[in-house]
Design a protein around this ligand. Structure first.
Ligand SMILES: Cc1cc2nc3c(=O)[nH]c(=O)nc-3n(C[C@H](O)[C@H](O)[C@H](O)COP(=O)(O)OP(=O)(O)OC[C@H]3O[C@@H](n4cnc5c(N)ncnc54)[C@H](O)[C@@H]3O)c2cc1C
Length: 389
């Protein structure tokens, strides 16, 4: 089998890149380790930046998102019993869109099926060969058979635990990592959201986030110990703890109900450099991870897709390799800014086990500065709605 670009990973990065390339007539195949249903069952991101919206439009998959997504012009920050508003629209001229990653992925799979594009599911033992030469190929097993695809380029869109990053030799690869001493316990419930906008809460009992997917589907998170398990938390215990971390008037209007999903995610900051090795390009979580506080994971994956798609387009349509040669440099310049924002916003809102009385005062002073200073709010809003590509 031969194609122009082999894309490893059928998550949002791989699917979006594939769809954009197909629209330009650039042939590609997506290899996915799991089934489509499994990929669609993963509840993850829910806040989309304008750059991702533009890419969805360019890929002709934005119709349902435009109809069913919710534009958010701002967010609330809760601290010391009250809330303050950051008005993204007034400060930057832009909003964000609340539309679940699951829905983005579903729209991309539906578009692939309608176009007859090839996705090979349940592939195992994927290996990338000769990525540092002129004729790379990818081998894998599917339904008991060993197969091989020859290609011009390989896009490693296979997430943090995939094979692509590991293919780059250790002598070339540099990894930067920070782990956080807590996780996020999240639940999804078929209840109306407590507010029209997201509420990020800093409380003495730890961080909390009130988020949503639609008018009757809410997503709530609380900071928890890394040793906690979802089954340690009954729904009643979760709601009680969430209410204790929110200002009284917000807690009073919170509508509770049975959870339909409950999970714990650890928090991590991670960057791999470079994001290109020969004819292999890393994209999305394969190259970097952020703590979810700033809603940057999926959005930073999308900015990688933007740079790689345009680099490949330039290569195939104009015979110019400048875009792919500078892919790693351009993608990383934006990745590090998203890392900085996610790290800063996490540091501002969580309780850390080793925080001194001085550290707590610094956190309060920083929140107070953000509450009262327009320049600080503008810097926050510009990062939240997404820095330009
Ligand atoms: C629990 C959780 C909660 C999150 N919440 C948020 C949030 O609230 N906000 C936010 O912005 N971000 C969030 N994120 C991050 C966001 O979901 C990711 O940044 C986004 O999914 C990245 O997309 P991706 O396509 O690069 O990687 P992934 O979504 O990880 O997709 C990679 C795909 O590759 C496949 N794969 C892996 N290995 C192989 C292989 N060897 N061969 C073939 N296929 C392979 C996987 O099955 C998967 O489908 C969360 C992440 C997690 C894990």
């Amino acid at each position: 089998m031969r194609t122009q670009v082999v894309i490893i990973g059928g998550g949002p990065s791989g699917l979006l890149l594939s769809q954009l390339l197909l629209r330009r007539g650039i042939d590609n195949v997506v290899l996915e380790r799991k089934t489509r249903d499994y990929v669609l069952s993963r509840i993850r991101a829910g806040v989309l930046e304008r750059g991702l919206l533009e890419l969805m439009r360019e890929a002709w998959v934005a119709g349902r998102m435009e109809r069913e997504g919710f534009a958010h012009d701002g967010a609330l920050i809760a601290h010391e019993g009250g809330t303050f508003h950051i008005d993204f629209k007034a400060l930057t001229g832009h909003s964000v869109m609340v539309y679940g990653q699951t829905e983005v992925t579903r729209d991309l799979y539906d578009a692939r099926e309608a176009a007859g594009a090839e996705t090979l599911f349940e592939v195992e033992q994927v290996e990338i060969h000769d990525a540092d030469g002129d004729a790379p190929y990818v081998s894998f097993r599917q339904h008991g058979e060993t197969r091989r695809i020859d290609c011009d380029f390989v896009a490693g869109c296979d997430g943090f635990h995939g094979v692509s990053r590991q293919t780059i030799p250790l002598s070339v690869r540099r990894e930067y990592e920070k782990t956080y001493p807590f996780g996020w316990l999240g639940i999804l419930s078929e209840t109306p959201p407590v507010d029209d906008e997201l509420i990020y809460a800093n409380s003495a009992r730890g961080f909390a986030l009130c988020s949503m997917r639609n008018a009757n589907l809410s997503r709530y998170y609380i900071q928890c110990a890394l040793s906690d398990k979802p089954e340690d938390w009954t729904d009643a215990a979760f709601w009680q703890e969430l209410k204790r971390r929110l200002p009284g008037e917000v807690a009073e209007r919170l509508v509770t109900g049975p959870s339909i999903e409950k999970s714990i995610a650890p928090l991590r900051s991670f960057v791999c450099e470079p994001m290109r090795w020969g004819r292999l390009f890393l994209c999305g979580d394969a190259a970097h991870i952020v703590p979810p506080t700033g809603a940057k994971g999926l959005n930073t994956a999308a900015s990688d897709v933007h740079y790689l798609y345009n680099g490949l387009r330039q290569f195939y349509e104009e015979g110019d390799s400048e875009g792919i040669d500078r892919y790693s440099e351009r993608a990383l310049a934006r990745v590090w800014k998203a890392e900085r924002f996610s790290w800063w916003f996490s540091s501002l809102l969580h309780r850390y086990p080793d925080q001194s009385a001085f550290d707590l005062r610094m956190q309060t002073a920083e929140l107070e500065f953000l509450r009262t200073n327009r320049a600080a709010q503008q810097a926050m809003a510009e990062n939240y709605v997404g820095l330009p590509y």
